[in-house]
Design a protein around this ligand. Structure first.
Ligand SMILES: [Zn+2]
Length: 144
């Protein structure tokens, strides 16, 4: 089927495989552009850039819990930034040499959706900066 990607089989449990047409039905055009076409939202435009509630940020496409507000920090880069994923099995890291740069792409381990990139200039304790598009995330507030 056109547009369908083959997922690697790993120990991540059940992968979600959908065609572009199926994703298009489920996602907004801007979410589709980021998650399925590896787009990047404009800096300082995303709803979660300067959002600091207590809770969990999940994948906007499949609901996989990805990042905790406890690891979110203000990187001033214009996108939501986290120094760690909720669990390193929740995300996959891929080498990305597009745009003439060597970067590390971060994708959702469950649906393969593009989330953003990870850089090595983050704060302690990990020194990592997961620079993630708001369009890829859905925030759920922690119940008190
Ligand atoms: Zn996902």
């Amino acid at each position: 089927m056109a547009g369908r990607k083959t997922a690697k089989t790993g120990n991540q449990g059940q992968k979600i495989l959908k065609s572009d047409a199926e994703w298009r039905k489920q996602l907004s055009p801007s979410q589709f552009r980021v998650l399925r076409e590896k787009g990047t939202e404009l800096p300082f435009s995303g709803q979660y850039d300067s959002h600091f509630g207590q809770g969990v940020y999940s994948c906007a496409a499949c609901g996989n819990p990805l990042f905790s507000s406890e690891a979110k920090y203000d990187s001033h880069c214009g996108w939501p930034a986290f120094w760690a994923a909720l669990d390193e099995k929740k995300v996959e890291l891929h080498e990305d040499k597009s745009l003439g740069m060597a970067r590390t792409e971060v994708v959702c381990a469950k649906c393969g959706g593009h989330l953003g990139h990870v850089f090595g200039d983050g704060p302690k304790p990990t020194g990592k900066r997961f620079c993630i598009n708001s369009e890829s995330l859905k925030f759920t507030r922690k119940r008190a």
